[in-house]
Design a protein around this ligand. Structure first.
Ligand code: MSP
Length: 655
């Protein structure tokens, strides 16, 4: 792309929140990022110069605490977790243009420069922060979340009143200016209910914000005062300007920032719609064009949480149902601003009805008829009767709806509109009965029908490309349409543009129907529901051993403390993991049958006990050099790893 043609195109800057690296990615992270991907792809197809950013939030208390619990440094934790996010975006087909980590140098420099600028202009000042503090958790607890008798809501220990030096951001000064901005920019916060919520919050006033900590080490140092690190939210929000060149590339900043759009979850709108725009106003920069707050997913009616064990793993969903159906479901099932409930049954239902029945069938039937009645070649347009005119008008409406709905974040409505068009296609087949026309030799009536069906499919593929990009490519391949240099585009699209003569290539079914009865049985078995066959007695281990052994037999087994560095899947093995463990004096590979009981994230970083002098053995083609110790309940339903109860150097002998 030359500089001048980039100039001609309008810029569109889109961001997701940056995700904390103390946890593995879940459906909530996937949701925002997929929505941002759809919007980015659509904007690119309609001629925008898009800059799509996502990334990770790597500083702060949470990250430091998780790292300590795992016995690693915060940066090691971030380095490990960021891989999961990047891998998930690949698996989901996310087309981001940049990925920012808040530990990167470009970001730390930007945060420090902004801090310094605001300090120099008097919008940051030093004061004292006073509040209830939990010493073991190293955190201030707001009065609203304190437990009974001033205890910590997390560890339940008594809180102490603490006072510490802190830098404050003069947020109160800019409230009126922000209210004025919101009065003039009604789409600055969306949906409308969130806009109203933010405006009424602002009218209640905003206090100056404490933006530094002395009780924490894991953060960006305050410039010129190493006793303080910058508070994680002040640091994190700045990522949005770091990545588009605020400090290092003013031209890029001038191009993309005025077109800034942030997608966020409803829980973090005060940071995004109060603090962040105030920071920008203080810097003399315009607030973002739009912050859109989406709703939250529950899972089969319940709040998603680790303790309930119902966290939806997007990797697993893609594995089981495919990435396009997962993307489609998340955006079709609920309006983007509302809360929604995730269930695999609803996902399977949509695959069968919308994707297999409506879309898959339309393609299948059309190509079959082009094969049968037109020698596999698309006929030219021919004459256009009232039905064809009606469909042409609907095509125009569908295009306009897609533009309006996607641009206002109403992804579900855009999809509904596209499905009205697809269903019209199926109904058109029933109305015109091309097989009858063929039998009666009415070629002049038959060929325009086939042509119109082909047009419906090629427009549908274009409109669906942002949502289900792989499927769009597959449809286009079957329609005999090649790749477009520079990517698919809706610019210059015209109904009836197919000259005719292309050879279609009927291929594999787009979405095989899911046999819901078999699916349900498989799901119940997977979740341990339904009839559980009684455990075979010979598989149970004896509860107690009567036999004794000599101490020397025990001593001949060399047991040592090790740490799990990496956990890898072994293709086609349901039970085994390949573990890389660190014994302090060497690293080695162990193959272990614990996959059914632990996720890789639960294992990574764990200190364990390993038998180090076992003869090497090959399991599923991988050589194992040792064995880890775990306690089982004898029925193979529960397993617990043996871990040292306090810190001890790796390689220490267990006796
Ligand atoms: N690091 C901050 C964001 C900083 S942006 C400058 C953060 N990270 S997070 O990883 O905890 O959450 C990221 C996003 O996931 C939030 O937008 C949040 O709303 C979203 N979700 C978390 N759980 C969710 C659901 N159950 N459903 C939908 N989205 C959810 O906050």
């Amino acid at each position: 792309m030359s500089a001048s043609s980039q100039e001609q195109r309008k810029a569109f800057y889109l961001t997701t929140p940056i995700y904390y690296v103390n946890d593995i990615p879940h459906i909530g992270h996937a949701y925002t990022t997929i929505a941002a991907d759809v919007l980015s792809r659509y904007k690119r197809m309609t001629g925008y110069d898009v800059f799509f950013l996502t990334g990770t939030d790597e500083h702060g208390q949470k990250i430091q605490q998780t790292a300590v619990a795992k016995g690693i440094t915060p940066l090691e934790l971030a380095d490990r977790t960021v891989v999961n996010f990047k891998e998930l975006w690949k698996v989901l087909g996310i087309s981001n243009d940049d990925f920012i980590r808040t530990t990167e140098d470009r970001h730390c420099r930007t945060v420090q420069a902004i801090f310094k600028k605001l300090l120099d202009q008097g919008d940051i000042y030093k004061g004292a922060y006073e509040g209830w503090y939990c010493v073991p958790c190293e955190t201030y607890v707001p009065e609203s979340s304190m437990g009974e008798e001033k205890t910590c809501p997390d560890c339940r220990r008594p809180l102490q009143m603490m006072k510490e030096e802190s830098y404050f951001f003069r947020a109160s000064k800019y409230v009126d200016q922000l209210l004025e901005y919101y009065e003039k920019n009604l789409r600055a916060v969306m949906p409308k209910s969130r806009y109203n919520e933010i405006v009424s919050f602002l009218k209640g006033g905003v206090r100056d914000q404490s933006i530094s900590r002395t009780t924490l080490k894991w953060g960006i140092p305050v410039p010129g005062d190493d006793a303080h690190v910058v508070y994680v939210w002040f640091d994190a929000l700045i990522n949005y300007v770091t990545a588009c060149g605020y400090l290092d590339d003013r031209e890029k900043f001038a191009r993309y920032w005025p077109a800034a759009h942030h997608l966020v979850g409803k829980d973090i709108i005060r940071f995004h719609c109060v603090i962040w725009p105030i920071m920008l106003l203080a810097l003399g920069v315009n607030p973002p064009v739009t912050v859109f707050a989406h709703g939250w997913w529950t899972v089969e009616g319940e709040k998603m949480s680790k303790s309930t064990g119902n966290v939806v793993d997007p990797f697993e969903m893609v594995d089981r149902y495919g990435r396009d159906p997962f993307r489609y479901f998340l955006l079709r099932e609920v309006p983007f601003g509302n809360d929604g409930d995730f269930s695999e049954a609803a996902l399977a239902g949509r695959i069968n009805s919308d994707l297999a029945n409506d879309l898959g069938n339309l393609l299948n039937r059309t190509l079959q008829m082009i094969d049968n009645f037109s020698g596999g070649r698309v006929p030219g347009a021919g004459r256009s009767g009232p039905l064809e005119k009606e469909i042409e008008a609907l095509a125009g409406k569908t295009l306009a709806d897609a533009e309006e709905k996607i641009s206002s974040f109403a992804f579900d409505e855009a999809l509904k509109s596209i499905w009205v068009f697809i269903s019209r296609g199926n109904r058109y087949i029933d109305e015109t009965m091309p097989w009858k026309l063929a039998k009666e030799g009415k070629t002049e009536e038959l060929l325009p029908v086939l042509h119109t069906l082909y047009e419906i499919l090629s427009l549908s593929a274009l409109l669906l490309a942002p949502f289900i990009p792989d499927t769009a490519v597959r449809i286009r391949e079957q329609l005999g349409l090649g790749e477009e240099p520079g990517g698919l585009s809706l610019l210059g699209y015209k109904w009836g543009q197919t000259a005719g003569g292309q050879k279609v290539r009927k291929g594999a079914v787009l979405f095989p129907r899911i046999d819901l009865e078999a699916w349900k049985k498989e799901k119940d078995a997977r979740e341990g529901r339904g009839k559980v066959p009684p455990a075979a007695p010979q598989e149970e281990e004896p509860l107690l051993h009567e036999e004794t052994v000599e101490i020397d037999s025990f001593r001949s087994v060399e047991l040592r403390v090790a740490q799990i560095l990496e956990v890898q899947e072994i293709p086609r093995s349901k039970k085994l993991y390949k573990l890389t463990v660190d014994l302090g004096y060497e690293k080695r590979t162990i193959v272990s049958g614990i996959k059914e009981f632990f996720t890789p994230e639960e294992l990574t970083g764990k200190k364990i006990v390993v038998v180090v002098n076992l003869k090497p053995a090959k399991l599923c083609g991988v050589e194992s050099n040792g064995m880890l110790l775990a306690a089982g309940d004898g029925k193979k339903t529960a397993l617990s790893l043996l871990t040292p109860d306090r810190d001890i150097p790796l390689g220490s002998r267990v006796s």
